[in-house]
Design a protein around this ligand. Sequence first.
Ligand SMILES: [Zn+2]
Length: 272
Amino acid sequence: MSAQIKGLIAVAAAVVLAVGAWRAVVHRSAIAPALVTPSTNVHLEFSGDIGARLYRVMHELPTEDRSRRPRLIALTFDDGPYPVYTPMLLDVLRDLGVPATFFLIGADAQQWPELTRRIEAGGNEIADHTYTHPNLDQESPDAVRREILEGRDALWALSHDPAVRTLMRPPHGRYTERTLEIAQGLGYSVVLWTDDSGDWRTLTVDRLQRHLLAYATAPEIVLMHSGKLATIEALPYVVERFKRAGYKFVTVGQMLKLVQTDELNHPLRRAV
Ligand SMILES: [Zn+2]
């Protein structure tokens, strides 16, 4: 091999490494994966280690796959149920004819059992958001396990939706690798999101709508919250726009039967 070819190979290798490092930085600064199933390798998907970051870069889907991605969207609402806002939200979802997934706080569900039953009766999905809504990244492994299980038991007493025992979301999206492994060990898929609507920041209806449309991906899991008037008011226009763009509204449980985990994960895979 001539010195010139060796030089070219060295330059090419350097370019590949530089691009890989740049993309790894993008991964680190972007949102975490949207979904962790019981079979997800938590370390490879979440760690900031260079090996794990390179693994994620190497497993990108080719960009040409984008147009073939399933146009499915799962609206998810965290917290509650709450009087006033939850019934308002349920009415709007019923009028729009779309289901949603509700990540309920066990203690709140116990306090408002009729609201919990009404969520299910409306064709929506009920999933575990712990019993008292602590930051799980600051809790001991035993406390994490207890929060998930007590949340599950409180919800299961009111609803036998299978998602109560299979889908959970950590409060405030705060977790560690250990948190995820504990949830996996209990048989849960940890559901995060492909888009955080930001409604917890109390955005205006207009800003919320613009955000949801600007950050649309396919497939899409949107994080929203119960108890926010702007969120409820933003829904009709946003749902209409997604429908016109060919999206089908599903619960998270339905989505997971239709798409691969890889289709939801990794920020660079997401833009449509
Ligand atoms: Zn929450």
